[in-house]
Design a protein around this ligand. Structure first.
Ligand SMILES: NC(=O)c1ccc[n+]([C@@H]2O[C@H](COP(=O)([O-])OP(=O)(O)OC[C@H]3O[C@@H](n4cnc5c(N)ncnc54)[C@H](OP(=O)(O)O)[C@@H]3O)[C@@H](O)[C@H]2O)c1
Length: 267
């Protein structure tokens, strides 16, 4: 089955205006999917949509939405209204603060949690329920190796990404019998405009060995049917610098499922 058949006709990308989000948009447009592109800045979204229409004849809609705002889910619902969304990609999720916890106002940390936890959960509910009913679809939660534990300057970010990891694993377990694929795409350092802005703001050179946004989009779509986790650059059974391999995470869920079978939790 083609990507369009599995995950079309519409894909919604939250955090689409640049970097990995834009790379997903290009790849999906090339596969014939229509796109709902979301980010805060309207101008780069419009520019991307124009490129996609010209290059692939893609139908695109754009929506300027702050995913940290309390009304984000209503706006996502309005943007997707009447469109059959078969693929939801949660890409926006970087830490815009990049400081120790006490060096940043608490409101900024609350925004990070609202965007990475609350809105991701709401959008998965909104868009995942019809996928489950249709018996096909996909959800990619773009994550970070920071999900495996906290560190100085990373407490809130790591915590939010740990939520996404566990949440995505739960979704995978619940949806795998319903034809819906779920993947936590756990990235390491990646060459995005946001990462480059962080380096520039600190006056440090951009490190070498970054993953490219295009590779992230390609591998993310390749690995989507093989969730719930892909650890960037690692084979399914390799742990590398991550706490656990993708296979270990999957086997834990399957063992939990077997252990809890007597409770007959409906999926
Ligand atoms: N880059 C890395 O080295 C790296 C490493 C590990 C994991 N990751 C993960 O990869 C993903 C992409 O990271 P990134 O470096 O490209 O940074 P990012 O800050 O997540 O930006 C990605 C996109 O999200 C949008 N966005 C950010 N905040 C938003 C908000 N509040 N509301 C709506 N849209 C928002 C941005 O557009 P606007 O600014 O126009 O809103 C942009 O299009 C994230 O989930 C991140 O955690 C990245």
């Amino acid at each position: 089955m083609s990507i369009l058949e599995k995950y079309g006709p519409w894909a919604l990308i939250a955090g689409a205006s640049e970097g990995t989000g834009a790379a997903f948009a290009h790849r999906l447009a090339a596969e014939g999917l229509k796109l709902i592109l979301i980010a805060r800045r309207q101008a780069p979204l419009e520019e991307l949509a124009a490129q996609l229409r010209t290059a692939y004849g893609t139908e695109c809609v754009t929506a300027s939405i702050n995913l940290a705002a309390p009304d984000a889910i209503e706006k996502i619902a309005a943007a997707s209204e009447g469109r059959e969304v078969g693929l939801y990609i949660s890409n926006a999720g970087g830490d815009p603060n990049g400081t120790a916890f006490f060096k940043t106002d608490i409101r900024a940390w609350i925004d990070l949690v609202a965007r990475n936890v609350v809105t991701v959960m709401q959008a998965s509910h909104l868009l995942g329920a019809p996928m489950r009913k249709r018996g096909r679809g996909g959800i990619i939660l773009v994550g970070s190796g920071a999900c495996y534990g906290g560190a100085s300057g990373l407490g809130v970010y790591s915590g939010s990404k740990a939520f996404d990891l566990c949440f995505g694993e739960g979704l995978w377990a619940e949806l795998r019998g319903h034809g819906v694929h779920v993947l936590n795409l756990i990235l390491g350092r990646t060459d995005t405009p946001e990462f480059r802005r962080h380096c520039a703001a600190r006056g440090v050179p951009v490190p070498s060995g970054l993953a490219s946004a295009e590779d992230v989009a390609r591998v993310g779509l390749e690995r989507l049917p093989h969730g719930p986790v892909h650890n960037w650059g690692l084979e399914d059974d390799e742990q590398g610098r991550m706490l656990q391999s993708a296979a270990t995470r999957r086997n834990r869920i399957l063992a939990m499922e077997a252990a809890m079978a007597d409770l007959k939790i409906a999926k």
